[in-house]
Design a protein around this ligand. Sequence first.
Ligand code: RIB
Length: 308
Amino acid sequence: MNIINFGSCNIDYVYKLSHFVKPGETIKSDNLNRFPGGKGLNQSIAAARSGLKVYHAGCIGKDGEFLKNVLTESHVDITYLKISDVQTGHAIIQVDDKGENCIILYSGSNYMLDKDYIDYVLREFSSNDIVLLQNEINNVEYIIESAYKKGMAVILNPSPFNNALTKVNLDMVSILMLNEIEGFEFSRETEPTKICNYFKSKYPNLKIVLTLGSEGSIYSDKNETIFCPSFSVPVIDTTSAGDTFTGYFICGMINGMKTYETLKFASAASALAVSKNGASSSIPYKSEVESAIKKLVPNKQCLILPQK
Ligand code: RIB
């Protein structure tokens, strides 16, 4: 089983600051780093470092050629990665002294995926393969419909959220992996159980993975709802925590791990990612996650949420 990830590749410009810039304010940062990033690239790397066979489809500009090496060094297959004359997408990321971030995104070449290219890539895969995608590229709805028509499982991380996502028929999606902010945008609910119930009643076959930051994560489908606490770690930079979680969750699921163990495995990977600077550079390898999981301390006890 292969993963084909239609995803963004960005150059991340990361500024460390005491606090996020406020309206009308100018602040100086003495700490700028340029990192490889993009939710697509990060998730491909996380899935590949977890041991899965991952193909990355997407588009970079000539200024982003170094991102090819970043992907291949982590054994992501870039056979289908396009290069265009358009500038590579980039992100301007502020990281405050608590390790939280806020991001400005410039799409650039990430929006150069035309339908012929998408058709060509999908023709190379079979119904046993999985399509993974986020919302930093164009033609998301078309990719979902085409993959669904081919009988492929679709895993969607609707991040960052925009209104175009409300037009997507989530009946065509197998697993929706989102955070509370995205959950609110779909459901207008803030309470995690209510967010899960919204999806359950509207899309009964959809599996939901809801991440709750330092609180933990929830898996929910029509049969079960399981909560797993996150791990207590010193936070340096939360960029790519969610991407790391996604890659490792898919790994656990494909390898037949039990749902709770899969959430725990993904949370441990994510805890290691937030303990380091950068996006893809902070994503751990499977062996690191396996050894850390024995030592990490959970924030809370796991509880199985009541069904409604
Ligand atoms: O999820 C983190 C990513 O979001 C960063 O790498 C940045 O490129 C933005 O896309």
